[in-house]
Write a protein that binds this ligand. Structure first.
Ligand code: MG
Length: 288
């Protein structure tokens, strides 16, 4: 390659590249919403909550149901106790906030019915929200390219959704859970974005040190800043970038998913493009 002007093909480097050095990337973590899938969560969330509340309206008074679900989700996001799964934290908080007199579905003898209804919602109604999302054409190829490089591949989506809801959104993106070594879900994680702990848990689960991980995301607060704090390299996918004012993610490398794909697919005789000095330019000016 030789020396070149930093261009769109400059390899991603973390803001803290001095710490990560040229450690080869052995795991690539992809966020889903706004990264592999064109989905604006701020627009999606109110529609989704309204549909879910309507679907269970005979079991839960809709307005308080949404409030309690948001409260339980906030508990998952803020939880620091790694002895409980996110699912456990969510439901413990959720059930404890519901008055059974107002919400028949919260009565102990009807909770199994309520749980089955939630599951049915995700298997049927949730799919009707697909029009709120658009696939990104490079998504499947970039995941395949990371795997072809010998990397572990993780779907590092916020584990506040049950697996069934994540698998559905993966289909909207033209992807499949089987393409990933790990998909982080409500059920299998004990931590949540934006805690750096989430990134440590992911790294441990795939058996790759954070210094050898690359986090690809669109959210500077949830994806980029905490992954960099955990010692990972980061890459901001442009298009639906959120939390631009996050102070913990200055000068993080940026580009399109297509640019990332171009790096991933590039022939690199030294085994890993991210470890190959000849392809690294020491800055990401061309991406900003
Ligand atoms: Mg996102």
């Amino acid at each position: 390659m030789g020396m070149k002007t930093p261009g769109p093909e400059a390899a991603p480097r973390a803001a803290g590249a001095a710490e990560t050095g040229d450690a080869p990337v052995r795991a690539v973590l992809f966020d889903l919403d706004g990264t592999l899938l064109e989905l604006d969560m701020a627009r999606f969330l109110p529609v989704y909550l309204q549909r879910l509340a309507s679907y269970v309206a005979d079991l839960f008074e809709p307005e308080d149901f949404v409030h309690q679900l948001m409260r339980a989700t906030a508990a998952v996001i803020g939880n620091r106790d790694r002895s409980r799964t996110n699912e456990r934290v969510l439901y413990d908080t959720f059930w404890s906030g519901l008055d059974p007199d107002r919400h028949p579905g919260a009565r102990p003898e009807r909770r199994a019915e309520a749980m089955a209804r939630f599951d049915r919602f995700y298997r049927t109604e949730f799919g009707r929200l697909r029009h709120l999302a658009r696939p990104r054409p490079e998504a499947s190829r970039v995941v395949a390219a990371a795997r072809a490089r010998g990397c572990k591949v993780v779907l590092a989506t916020s584990p506040v959704f049950p697996r069934v809801a994540i698998e559905e959104r993966l289909r909207w993106a033209g992807l499949d859970a089987g393409q990933f070594d790990l998909v982080t879900t409500l059920e299998n994680m004990h931590t949540c974005k934006p805690q750096p702990d989430y990134y440590y848990e992911v790294a441990a689960r795939v058996g790759v040190e954070p210094v050898h991980c690359l986090m690809v995301g669109n959210d500077l607060r949830d994806d980029i800043a905490p992954a960099a704090r955990a010692g990972m390299r980061v890459y901001v996918v442009e298009g639906l970038v959120v939390n631009e004012d996050e102070p913990g993610a200055p000068r993080a490398p940026r580009g399109s998913l297509g640019q990332l794909l171009a790096w991933m697919e590039r022939p690199a005789p030294l085994g890993n493009i991210f470890a190959n000095r000849a392809t690294l330019h020491g800055n990401s000016a061309g991406l900003q």
